[in-house]
Design a protein around this ligand. Structure first.
Ligand code: PMV
Length: 313
């Protein structure tokens, strides 16, 4: 018997980077899922459509190592057999700012425990998944793993229980992929240099990011997408000031605004990756067609969407 777990990926709506330094951020799960199938095997092995071939723990490539780390950790802590084969299938390219690594770690933890007849509590999934995220990013805030586990829209601050943001109906975003990969770790270090150079300015910008995230939460609940868009564009300008953006992302934000969006910003670590936009209601398809004409891939993210789920097959 095999077990399957599927975790959503995510988009950070406001507050990335500053969240690593203690600010509030707002993030949403998106329904582009990563699927991990776990089956009993002779030894711990991984297959991933992003990195073809069968991967073994001893000579694993760096991108796969965090998966082994989470698998080992959970098997040791829960007394599960580590003779497991994991097959990872993704609908999101790695390095696109949509939390594919966090989603994978969450689905790995959920699928291994389900294979052993255990359904972990969400906070346990978060804890195991974080061991892999730390291996990748050095010092992740935990926002990605939290939102990929719990789903929905979360207001998040390090060290505080994430606050689910509930609202009636759905809200629509369009996520645009720049097509450029980047390293989250490098981006975090780059932005952190700004903190060392200008500590007071950085701390004031962090406070403003917290305020923007609180206001964005209110506007999402109220369904006031026009004001939400303005908050996103403001947040992009601040992220750009601290070095998280690049010319391609700035141009994508400008393009989204010129095509009538209420707002747009980079999402995730920046320096490549994706842009999250707030299209005018009813204009989503037209906006995406205009992007396609210019060679950009995009998809609609309807939120809220559910968190990780697992089952036996
Ligand atoms: O690179 P991504 O999409 O996983 O985004 C990371 C978000 C950061 O705030 C830059 C880092 C973090 O751990 O919060």
């Amino acid at each position: 018997m095999n077990s399957i777990a599927e975790a959503p990926t995510k988009a950070i709506i406001t507050g990335e980077h500053f969240v690593v330094h203690g600010a509030w951020a707002l993030a949403t799960a998106i329904d582009r899922r990563i699927r991990v199938e776990a089956s009993k095997s002779d030894e711990l092995t991984v297959e991933s459509d992003a990195y073809p071939g069968r991967h073994y723990e001893r000579k694993s490539r760096p991108e796969i190592r965090p998966i082994f780390k989470v698998a080992r950790k959970i098997c040791e802590a829960e007394d599960f057999s580590p003779r497991v084969h994991l097959r990872v299938t993704s609908t999101v390219p790695p390095g696109s700012g949509l939390g594919s690594s966090a989603s994978t770690m969450v689905a790995v933890a959920a699928s291994i425990s389900r294979l052993n007849g255990v359904q972990l509590a969400p906070r346990e999934v978060v804890e195991y998944a974080m061991t892999g995220e730390k291996e990748i990013h050095g010092r992740p805030s935990g926002i990605d793993v939290a939102v990929c586990t719990y789903g929905g829209v979360l207001l998040f601050k390090m060290g505080v229980r994430p606050k689910p943001v509930r609202f009636p109906g759905t809200r629509k975003f369009v996520v645009v992929q720049s097509g450029q990969k980047r390293s989250t770790k490098r981006q975090i270090n780059k932005v952190s240099e700004m903190k060392t150079k200008f500590p007071y300015l950085f701390s004031a910008l962090g406070e403003s990011a917290s305020m923007v995230s609180q206001l964005a939460r209110e506007r999402i609940v109220a369904g006031d997408m026009r004001s939400l868009g303005k908050l996103l564009t403001y947040n992009h300008a601040v992220l750009s000031t601290v070095g998280a953006s690049d010319r391609a992302l700035d141009e994508l934000v400008d393009l989204a605004l010129s095509l009538g969006c209420y707002g747009a910003k980079l999402t995730g670590a920046g320096g490549g990756g994706s842009v999250v936009t707030v299209p005018q209601s009813g204009q989503e398809a037209q906006f995406m067609a205009a992007l396609e004409e210019r060679g950009f891939r995009s998809f609609e993210a309807v939120v809220p969407t559910s968190g990780v789920r697992s089952w036996l097959q």
